[in-house]
Design a binder for this molecule. Sequence first.
Ligand code: ASP
Ligand code: MG
Length: 418
Amino acid sequence: MSIVVMKFGGTSVADAGRIRAAARRAIQTHRRGHQVVMVVSAMGETTDHLLDLARQISPDPPKRELDQLLATGEQVTISLVAMALEEMGARAISFTAGQIGLVTDDIHTKARIKSIDVRRIREQLDAGRIVIVAGFQGVTESGAVTTLGRGGSNVSLVAIAAALGAEVCENYTDVDGIHTADPRIVPNARKIPRISYDEMLELASLGAAVLQNRAVEFANKYNVPIHVRSSSNTKQGTMIVAETESMERIVVSGAALKDKLARVTLRNVPDQPGVAARIFHTLANAHTVVDDIIQTTDQHKRATVSFTIDLADLLDARKVVAGLCKALGCKAVFEDHLAKVSVVGVGMRTHTGVAERMFSALARARINIQNITTSEIKISCLIDRSQGRRALRLVHDAFDLGRKPKSVKKARKEGSGR
Ligand code: ASP
Ligand code: MG
């Protein structure tokens, strides 16, 4: 019998009515002949409220205690879901992470899963029960409660599905799938039926916040397909799967906007071995997450190093950079008004003309490109933030993302070089 693992996020279990609806879905899947595991999040904004409560007591609570508190959110949901299932005539049992041996390291508030002992889940499934597991939480070898980072029940979902060898994991949420761009900014954005793990990873790190990267990385590693779909209708959502050859015919799958970026430019940096290492070692030590890095050198043994960061990290970065400038004799410029627009698609590996098409769309609208970064499957342009939303719409249109993908032949004919 095949196993289906279904995850319901906070909005999909926000009240008693939605908990019942989630339970009904699980029962339908069970009736179709699958064994069913449900992974659930805390109801609605419970996790935010718990965090807020903790902050009212202490600005910097001990992380172990924070985890102890946050994990209660999911514990409420599992028992209510089990009650709903039983009330509807199904047989159900709920488990906390500790009860099923979902063991993590001891890095509180962002723990990583080390192992899952699925024996208890299997026993219950074989006894005909629907099993409900608390997402987002784990337990250390010594028994302390941990959490996996915000949105971490997606990681729980994929890890449990992988450990059980599930056929598919279904991610029920408040959107009906992954879109070609954020529909709140781009009205003609379309739902993508299938997307590869790599494309999803790029899109997520470029600002499309549907699933966190750790969940997708896990799914990629264990080759578990994820079906992202709406909990309020029965339409097919987006399948996130391993790359197939046919995916390449779609040159660009999606576009994304990362808002609120800042750039730090260091000029007059000594052009010597070890200098870049020193700069980024210092930043890493200060926990500054660096986005794109560009270095250029001139003929006078001097380099310019620039990097982008989240606007929220600018204040911290300023302090670190001031020290570096003193030590290296360089000068820093800070800009706080940037955004990054990107296009992503595995088809870029085999098609040409993608960069040209993107740059032309921005040029026609007189949007200045302040730097360009690429990977094998994405192109990003840094632009002024005030033009970010318009740029996303333009780029989306330039690749006809609002329309259904073309046939293989047509796409090939149009190809002409990145
Ligand atoms: N309840 C947790 C959060 O809000 C985990 C999750 O929803 O995935 O971040
Ligand atoms: Mg939540």
